[in-house]
Design a protein around this ligand. Structure first.
Ligand SMILES: [Zn+2]
Ligand SMILES: [Zn+2]
Length: 226
């Protein structure tokens, strides 16, 4: 598909505001199912924390996502990552922004003070040439006037590919893999990733942020998968 500036990435109709990238009709159609506000997994409507989170809460406070990993968002993420269509990143970041603004207005999350992005394996970053989480985090930080540095979380140890490991081994695999390199004590922090699947990577970073005294931790992503 050809990129024509001024057309919506999804319906190809002219945009009222070319900078949006995705028109308001297509954005509004990207709805998420009723889910737990903490882990983002399916839950009954009106439930802020599911039974799993009440029993065994994740190390973050809130998770905000746009949709499940499904069409049309999954194919846009695929294009961003694997065809290096980096021009898509601000349009995708804006979808997260719309959800975040709604949550801040509803009083369900505090306005964040600093944003961090999940770092890639250095080998993968070198091959791909960019980190999609950083491409999403940078415009979000600019729009929300938050502190952001792409190297504020560093991967200090190469890890095995997560999806081949069991949940327990995943956590062990990530232990000591990251280092936080900015002051977090007492601040409202957000971790941005493109897709959260098991959540073990964002959980490891959230644990570190909590250990260093972060006031609250939110996770923002485009898609949450089961
Ligand atoms: Zn559209
Ligand atoms: Zn939950």
């Amino acid at each position: 598909m050809l990129t024509i500036p001024g057309l919506c990435w999804l319906c190809r109709l002219p945009l009222a505001c070319p900078a949006w990238g995705i028109c308001s009709r297509c954005s509004a159609a990207l709805s998420s199912p009723s889910c737990c506000e903490r882990c983002g997994l399916p839950a009954a409507r009106g439930v802020t924390q599911c039974g799993r989170c009440l029993q065994n809460p994740p190390p973050w406070d809130k998770l905000i996502f746009v949709t499940d990993y499904q069409p049309p968002l999954n194919s846009l993420i695929h294009r961003l990552k694997f065809t290096a269509t980096t021009a898509l990143a601000p349009a995708l970041a804006r979808l997260i922004l719309l959800k975040v603004i709604a949550a801040i207005r509803a009083g369900s999350v505090p306005k964040p003070e600093a944003i961090v992005s999940v770092p890639l394996h250095s080998r993968r970053a070198w091959r791909r040439g960019f980190n999609q989480s950083a491409l999403l985090a940078a415009p979000l930080a600019r729009w929300l006037q938050c502190a952001y540095q792409h190297a504020s979380v560093r991967r200090i140890r190469a890890t095995a590919t997560q999806h081949k490991l069991s949940a327990r081994r995943r956590r062990g695999n990530l232990k000591g893999a990251f280092r936080i390199e900015f002051p977090v004590a007492g601040r409202h922090i957000v971790i941005v990733d493109d897709v959260v699947t098991t959540g073990s990577t964002v959980a490891e970073i959230a644990r570190l942020l909590k250990k260093q005294g972060a006031a609250t931790i939110q996770v923002w992503c485009l898609c949450r998968t089961l």
